[in-house]
Design a protein around this ligand. Sequence first.
Ligand SMILES: Nc1ncnc2c1ncn2[C@@H]1O[C@H](COP(=O)(O)OP(=O)(O)OP(=O)(O)O)[C@@H](O)[C@H]1O
Ligand SMILES: [Mg+2]
Length: 237
Amino acid sequence: MVRAQRLLAAVDLSRTYMLGSEEVHALREINLNIFPGQFVAVVGRSGSGKTTLLNIMAGLDRPSGGHVLFEERDLANMSEDELTELRRHRIGFVFQSFGLLPLLSAMENVELPLRISGVGTREREERTREALEIVGLWDRAKHRPYELSGGEQQRVAIARAIVIRPSVILADEPTGELDSNNAHSIFGLFKDMVIKQGISVVAATHDSTLLSMADEVKEIRDGRLLERAEIGQRFRD
Ligand SMILES: Nc1ncnc2c1ncn2[C@@H]1O[C@H](COP(=O)(O)OP(=O)(O)OP(=O)(O)O)[C@@H](O)[C@H]1O
Ligand SMILES: [Mg+2]
């Protein structure tokens, strides 16, 4: 079987923070490949380096060593404008705390990235509706975040991430504030998007009950990546 070309890769990635005069090695020589249409869960205890890894892979933070490649292009060689383009069109990000604007309706929150990119009204409306339908919340489009449950707010945040039609979604503890039912349904949604739309998803989580839904599980411990058994069959060589 020919393996698809990787979409996103971490190559010997390291990140060291200075805490006073002390070095904190948040990531140590991480190597990770994300393929198109693959759902990867990243697990690890608090402080293991999950957020640092996702932020660097999204180009929100820079590594101390090593490289992040998006379609084989090193993010370090991209200008700020190119990185902005990447985040506006190719990489969607979902945060633990949803990050919705409280005064905007669900629809307006989802539409915002398209407004920022200058997408015209008609296309904006179509794509916003499509994204809200995918997450099952079109009937709540007019509601503001405070009128939605935590799980629903996270769905809106996911709709906002997919409305740009990204190639990959990076989700940092997207279920951290949700109960177990909602957590499972968010991971179910990711799984569906991966299968139906061919998006790749990388989701960090503490919750081991969610892992069977991913194609592959990677564990970070003290900034190092350990490989676990692959769960899905779809990405075996
Ligand atoms: N800006 C920073 N300055 C100094 N140290 C930092 C900074 N950000 C993270 N760290 C340290 O880097 C390590 C990894 O942190 P990170 O936030 O990536 O972990 P995490 O796996 O996401 O944890 P959690 O599950 O609690 O979200 C920790 O030791 C943390 O204290
Ligand atoms: Mg974190």
